[in-house]
Design a protein around this ligand. Sequence first.
Ligand code: FMN
Ligand code: SF4
Ligand code: SF4
Length: 436
Amino acid sequence: MADLSINLAGIKSPNPFWVASGPPANTAYQAHRAFDAGWGGVVWKTIGDPIVNVSSRYSSLNLGTRRMVGFNNIELISDRSPETNFREIAEVKKRWPDHALIASLMVDTRERWHEFVKRSEDAGADGIELNFGCPHGMCERGMGSAVGQQPEVAEKIVGWVMEAAKIPVITKLTPNITDVTFAARAARKAGSNAISLINTINSITQVNLDTFCPEPFVAGLSSHGGYCGPAVKPIALNMVQSCAADPQVRLPISGIGGIASWRDAAEFIALGSTSVQVCTAIMHYGFRIVEDMAEGLSDYLDSKGMKSVNDLIGRAVPTLQKWESLDLHYKRIASIDYEKCIGCNLCYIACEDGAHQAIALVPPNGHGLGPGRVPGKPIPEIKDQECVGCNLCSLVCPVDQCITMVSVDTKREKMSWSDYQRKLAQGEIEPIPAHP
Ligand SMILES: Cc1cc2nc3c(=O)[nH]c(=O)nc-3n(C[C@H](O)[C@H](O)[C@H](O)COP(=O)(O)O)c2cc1C
Ligand code: SF4
Ligand code: SF4
C-alpha cells in the first residue's frame, strides 16, 4: 500500500489532506472531529484582532439539481479572541502530536506579526499560514488580498514574519491578481518556506430580481464575496501549475480550490502540490469525505506502481508548455461508438451551429443501434476530412465514451509554431494555407 504521509517544508502530516482555514477549522471541537475522521492536517480559521461579522454571509451558484457548484461568502476572519484560538490550538496539538496543525494569521503591524508568530509557536503550531488572500472586508483595512495583490507589500510582510518565525511559514496567495507568480516570487524572495493557493475569487453569484439586491442579503445591501467550491478548481489548478513551473518560485505548494474527491486531490498533486486543502466540500458534505479521498488516492497510487505521494508530486507539470511549443501537425478526430449512441443528435447541432459543420445526419444503414435509439431515424456521422478535432461533440455527448477522440497519422513531422516561424523565415516552407 502506498505511503500517504507527506512533509511540506518540514511540516509532517500522515496524509496530504488538510482542512483549509475557514468555518470547518474554527474550533478545537471541529479540529478533533476532523482528525478523528482522518484528515492529516488542519489550518486554523484565520486568527487576528477579533472582527464582527454580518448576517447573512453565504450564497451559491446552483446548476440544475446540483447545489453549491460555486460558493460565495462575505465572512471575515475569526470572530473569536486570539486567546481562545491559541488556547484551543495548544489543546488540539497535545492530543494530535503527529498531525499537522497550522495557525493562519492576519494582523497589520510588524510588532503584531511578531507577537502572533510567537503566540502560534508557544501554542505548539507546526507551521504558520499567512492569509494574504481574503478578498472582502479585511482588504479595506489594508490586510488580506490588499497585501497579496501587491508583491512588494507581500514581500515586506513575509520579511517581518521571517524575522520572528522558527517554524515553517506558508504564504497563502490570492487569485485576485493578474499573474499569481509575481506574488509567489515575492514570498520566496522574502524567505517564505512554502506557498498555498488559492484563496477565494471576487464574485457576485446571483441578483434577486425582486429586491434588486445580490445575495447574500444584508439589510437591503450586499458586498463582493469570495468564490470557491467546484467551479474554481480549473482556475486554482492553473495557478498552482504556474507557480510549480516557475523557476523563480521553487517552493513547496499546498493546493486549494474546489477539491472534493481523491481525483481532484491527485490532479492538484500531479500539478505540483504536496498537500491539498479543502473548505467548501467539507461545508457541504462534512469531514467524512476524507475516508473516500484517502482510500481513492491510495488505490490510485498503487495502480500506478507509485510507492508514495512524493512519486506523484509535479508529474504533470512539464506537460504544460507555451502554446507555441504545441505540434501543429498533430491531429485527432471524433469517432462515434454506435452501440452506445442514443440518437439525441446533440453532437450534430453543436458541430453544425457552434463548430465546424463536420457531422452529417445520415440514414442509419449498417450502424449499430444504441439503447433507446429510434430505428430508421437519421444518425450523426463524422466527416473525417472536415473534423478539426476541437472536442466539442465529445463534450456535449451525454453518453460516457460514446464519442471518443482518436489520433490520426498525418504522416507529417512534428512542427511547433516556433518551428513554423523559423522555417518560414528561412524560406524552407510555404505558409500553411488559411481554412477556406
Ligand atoms: C466561509 C468561508 C470562510 C473562509 N475563511 C477563510 C479564512 O478565515 N482564512 C483563509 O485563509 N481562508 C478562508 N477561506 C478560504 C478557504 O480557505 C479556501 O482558500 C477557499 O474556500 C477555496 O477552497 P474550497 O474551494 O475548498 O472552498 C474561507 C472560505 C469560506 C468558504
Ligand atoms: S451526442 Fe452522442 S448520443 Fe447523442 S447522437 Fe451524438 S453520438 Fe449519439
Ligand atoms: S471534434 Fe469538433 S469539428 Fe470534429 S466533429 Fe466534433 S465538434 Fe465537429
